[in-house]
Design a protein around this ligand. Sequence first.
Ligand code: UD1
Length: 419
Amino acid sequence: MYKMIIQGGQRLEGEIEVSGAKNATLPLMAASLMAGGCSTFTNVPRVNDVATACKLLTHLGASVERVGKDEIRIDASRITGHEAPYELVRTMRASVLVLGPLLARLGRARVSLPGGCAIGARPVDQHLKGLGALGVHIELDGGYIDARVDRMRGVRFCFDVSTVGGTETMLMAAVCAEGTTVLQNAACEPEVAELARVLNRMGARIEGIGTETLVIHGVRRLEPIRHEVIPDRIVAGTFMAAAAIAGGDVQIRKCPMDMLEAVADKMEACGIRIIRADDGVRVTREGPIRPVDIETFPYPGFPTDMQAQMMALLSVAEGTSVIREKIFENRFMHVLELQRMGADIRIRGNTAIVTGVPYLKGAPVMATDLRASASLVLAGLVARGTTVIDRVYHLDRGYERIEEKLNGLGANIQRVWED
Ligand code: UD1
């Protein structure tokens, strides 16, 4: 297994580029199953979740080819399978996103239930309730969702919670349904809007993109397209946090600031300087980090996927911050590890009280989920001494060569293989 060894205390300076958004790529890859032909996506990040999605599409009969640095071609002319097996869904929960496209294309899908995961129960009840409303017959059998339908019929459906994956499933299912579907309380995350825009380019008729009400007029078929994936706002936010915690002066190219306003507001409140430019942003810090209170919300609120990274930053602030996690239960797995590095954090239910300490100390720590691992890298950058992060595979699910990119700014991170 790979480990990361970080020597803390280096100032970060220079330029870094943000890769394409993993969470936009995964639904687009699923949507390509609905177009009987070859779709091409560019600016696709080289991360393990994308590799898992490639395996899944290949398993379903599509032919998937990676071309050059960041292009992926998916030929979905022939889809021969309709099952997403447990091994793949367990590795990557977003595998459930093939449910809608398979039903639209084949009228049949068998997808493993994702089960629990490190950041809470994460049910898929809204996906299933929505599909049921579209006329899909669903049975749960042997840990699998077994879904069948002749043709889905448009319906008015209101989500009980704001769900990114649930909205994406319903969008993909409804585009080829008979008649009009109205989705209320839909998620407004940029990755959902990106999927809707791409579906429209494929021939779908979706209105209200980027709002909580999506109106989808069903069409008979979709056509393949070529599309450049949007930049990853969470990777960008993580680089901003890296510049902030390590101190320094970092230029982040392809940084989608329009999707990061809530994060930028909080960082500016911490005393970080953020200078916006056309193709990105410059992040600098000279003085101390000031404490700030944060609550996670659906977009455009502060993203849960930046909560762990902000906690690392606030653990060395001058004062006490309160962080409330309102999207996922149990998303404080990084706290125990940050505490091992000397952070002063207390948990009360879904609230973390973070009292800044003058410095963190390097320690052996363990990555527990994707964003938790990113917070440990950030803590390692500022800690005195050596931090060794175990289970780096969590990080590789969503960050492309993060150590190479940060080393390019002056960080000292080594990746080593240990049995
Ligand atoms: C997506 C993102 C993930 C991000 C999350 C919230 C991808 C691949 N992943 O995950 O990085 O952290 O959005 O922004 O895009 N819920 C239900 N029933 C459901 C579905 C969800 O109760 O059927 C609940 C969840 O338990 C959670 C909340 O809704 O409390 C939000 O989850 P959701 O938006 O669905 O997250 P994902 O799509 O899994």
